[in-house]
Design a binder for this molecule. Structure first.
Ligand SMILES: Nc1nc2c(ncn2[C@@H]2O[C@H](COP(=O)(O)O[C@H]3[C@@H](O)[C@H](n4cnc5c(=O)[nH]c(N)nc54)O[C@@H]3COP(=O)(O)O)[C@@H](O)[C@H]2O)c(=O)[nH]1
Length: 707
């Protein structure tokens, strides 16, 4: 319906005009076709670019929009408001009620945001005249909002860029923002987390106190706590919180890091520290703790306890021949067998290798009665351990493991755990020395032996540094009684005890590993002697043979050490003969042969000592780079009376001959023995019949006669 601009209802009242023109908001009234009936100054200046407040009257927005476009043809996008806002006039008329819009448009190249209120305009009789509206410039506010949105987005990106779960809690401790990791850790979606209460919904009850305390103190120190997940499960986390102001609000930011894996690793480390991985049994450390407790317990209740050291006999052989996998399976089986043979209150542990330690506690009665009872337990365990065991593929064969045991009893805590473990170990050592596969109880004599051994070890070290090791020489003669070589044998010239023979210190040196050092000293002295003899007529053709222990031979630097000494003393290599025993070939035959070949290559001669006492086998003999076989003196001793010995020696000489090896008979004590050996074809003789091992000067005097 048309509308008369002279209608009294819109006649400018001066005061109304003043009011409207002084307001910063834009005000207007339009007829139903969108023609202005009224426009205040703010509208005319800021949006329509009208000359004055009268110009818009009777005109539509499009008029001003088009005029602006024409004025600025280079800027086509300028002043687009006029083309947009008519729509909202129509919407208002359609709904016939006051409405709020946000309109934006380009005015002189700047984006202008307006908050617009429009309402239908009625006269006093309720007749529709058009629309009335007001607009407020909210461009700054919009820009602010945009910035806030942008910084919110950046904040969210930052939140999600961390490996920690982040929560923002309001002053009521309700969650108002979270990152993706927070959702991942808790099992809730990010949306679900909003509104959750920090304590009631997310913290496990057992962590309430610590979390409350941290909040109270506003402590930024990290601490461990448990988070309740959506599915009711618990997750251990390291948490850290901070109260701060964010976008004008007091909030608490909490960061949590899932430490499940760390905890699992920690548990695993703890397990590894106290348990044996292969068998799952407690290890030495844990057994020592149990033993300590058992000793305290025994001190209180007066009952006995027992410690059993058990070691499989020949386990190394099984491991080497059947492979480590079979060895492992056997150890696992043994662990189960022992566990099944003891009470639940007792403990079996693995100390490594094939060594198991069993702790029996709360044994009542006298020492004698307890001793018998423990022996029964031990026998029972032993019989279980020794039951048949099938080695897995590829061996697939039945074995009967054997074991030795050392036992010590204890009452109270008068001894240390170390002492008790040592006692049981000493008893085990005795069991092994008594031919294996047996049980020994610890006693004081055993301790004395061990003490003696330790003392000898100590003194032997001093002997090395004080140069108390001497070389004695035992002649080796030909059939015709001519001296061919000498065997170098060590003696310990003790300042107080005098001359000590090797049987009194070599076993200790073997056990302690000092045999390597001893062997090295001997090698040095022998090479030095060869050098000196090389300058003496007659002696320059005397070879020296030297015993080499298994440990010395197997030491990685052995060949190099021989090479160095040969070079240092300018020794002709074939003058040095190394005596090796068959026990060397028990382990790693190929490696040993390789080393022997290296020595052979240098020119060193190799003699096989104690031949016939070990695992003599023709198949391996022919693979060895030997020059000599030494017939053991145990075959010579009774050779006159014993037909078996005769047969063995005859066969040995025949074998040696067929392989081009020289034979030496050692331990020849009588002329009869020598004659018989001569008949059999033996070439070289060594024994008391000719001479005992002699000190250097005596040997040289003896040899000078037999050159
Ligand atoms: N690794 C090293 N071992 C060594 C060294 N020196 C000696 N030994 C070993 O000690 C064992 C004992 O030696 P020893 O007491 O010197 O005995 C030797 C001879 O005295 C003895 N023998 C020689 N002939 C006779 C005899 O007619 N009757 C008899 N009852 N005994 C005799 O035999 C020993 C030499 O044996 P072997 O070495 O097998 O030739 C000794 O067995 C060595 O193993 C060393 O430096 N390193």
């Amino acid at each position: 319906m048309g509308f008369d601009k002279n209608d009294k209802i819109i006649k400018n009242d001066r005061f109304f005009r003043l009011m409207a023109d002084n307001l910063p908001d834009m005000l207007w009234a339009k007829d139903i076709e969108g023609r202005y009936l009224f426009a205040n100054r703010a509208l005319c200046e800021n949006l329509l670019m009208a000359k004055d407040t009268q110009e818009p009257i009777g005109k539509q927005d499009i008029f001003f929009a088009e005029r602006e476009r024409r004025k600025h043809p280079e800027n086509q996008e300028w002043h687009t408001f006029g083309e947009l806002c008519f729509n909202t006039d129509l919407i208002t008329l359609e709904h016939m009620k006051p409405m709020r819009f946000e309109e934006y448009g380009n005015v002189k190249g700047k984006m202008l945001y307006l908050e617009v209120h429009k309402a239908p305009l009625f006269d006093e009789q309720g007749k529709l005249l058009g629309t009335v509206g007001s607009a407020r410039d909210i461009t700054r506010q919009k820009e602010l909002e945009r910035q806030i949105k942008k910084s919110n987005e950046t904040f969210e990106q930052l939140l999600n860029a961390t490996i920690e779960g982040l929560f923002v809690f309001d002053s009521e401790r309700r969650c108002i923002q979270v990152n993706e990791m927070a959702a991942k850790i808790t099992g809730y979606s990010q949306k679900e987390l909003i509104g959750k209460h920090a304590l009631d919904d997310l913290v496990a009850p057992e962590s309430f106190d610590i979390v409350k305390e941290k909040i109270r103190l506003d402590s930024a120190e990290p601490y461990e706590m448990i988070v309740m997940r959506r599915d009711g499960s618990r997750v251990p986390v390291i948490a850290r919180g901070k109260n701060l102001e964010l976008f004008g609000k007091r909030v608490r930011i909490s960061a949590i890091m899932d430490i499940t894996e760390m905890k699992e690793a920690q548990t695993k480390i703890e397990y590894l520290a106290y348990y044996d991985v292969l068998t799952g049994l407690p290890n030495r450390r844990l057994l020592t703790r149990y033993l300590e407790q058992a000793m305290h317990f025994s001190a209180r209740n007066g009952n006995y306890g027992a410690l059993i050291f058990m070691d499989l006999d020949n386990f190394k052989k099984i491991n080497d021949t059947a492979g480590h996998d079979s060895g492992d399976r056997l150890l696992k089986e043994i662990a189960t067998r022992i566990k099944d043979s003891i009470r639940r209150s007792d403990t079996v542990s693995r100390f490594g290798g094939d060594e198991f330690v069993i702790l029996l506690t709360n044994l009542k009665g006298t020492a004698e009665k307890v001793g018998l009872e423990v022996e029964k337990w031990a026998e029972n365990i032993r019989s279980k351990v020794e039951e048949q065991f099938w080695l897995p593929e590829p061996m697939k064969m039945k074995i009967h493991p054997e074991c030795s045991m050392g036992i010590t009893l204890f009452k109270g805590d008068v001894r240390t755990t170390d002492e008790l473990l040592k006692h049981a170990d000493i008893a085990l050592y005795e069991a092994k020395n008594s031919g294996r596969n047996c049980i020994r109880f610890y006693n004081r004599k055993m301790q004395q032996n061990v003490d003696k051994q330790i003392e000898t070890e100590h003194q032997l070290n001093e002997a090395f540094s004080r140069n108390e090791i001497e070389v004695h020489y035992q002649p080796q003669l030909s059939m015709q009684g001519k001296i061919k070589a000498a065997e170098a044998l060590c003696r310990w010239n003790h300042p107080v005890k005098g001359l000590i023979t090797p049987d009194q210190f070599i076993p200790v040196a073997e056990m302690s590993g000092q045999i390597i050092k001893l062997g090295d000293i001997m090698l040095e002295k022998v090479c030095n002697r060869l050098k000196i003899w090389s300058g003496i007529e007659g002696f320059n053709n005397l070879a020296i043979s030297l015993n080499i222990s298994v440990k010395q031979f197997m030491s990685p630097s052995f060949v190099q050490s021989v090479e160095e000494k040969i070079e240092k003393y300018g020794v002709r290599p074939h003058m040095l003969k190394l005596e090796l025993t068959e026990s060397l070939f028990l382990d790693n035959f190929d490696k040993v042969v390789k080393k022997m070949n290296r020595l052979k290559k240098i020119g060193i001669e190799i003699s096989l000592d104690d031949f016939g006492t070990g695992f003599s086998s023709l198949s391996y003999l022919k693979k060895l780079p030997l020059t000599q076989l030494k017939i053991d003196r145990s075959f010579i001793r009774d050779i006159i009376e014993d037909d078996n010995d005769k047969a063995i020696v005859r066969a040995t000489i025949a074998i040696a001959e067929s392989m081009g090896l020289e034979t030496v008979a050692e331990g020849v004590e009588t002329a009869e023995q020598k004659e018989l050996l001569e008949d059999m074809g033996c070439k070289i003789y060594q024994g008391y019949l000719f001479s005992k091992p002699l000190p250097l000067e005596e040997f040289e005097a003896y040899a000078a006669d037999k050159l």
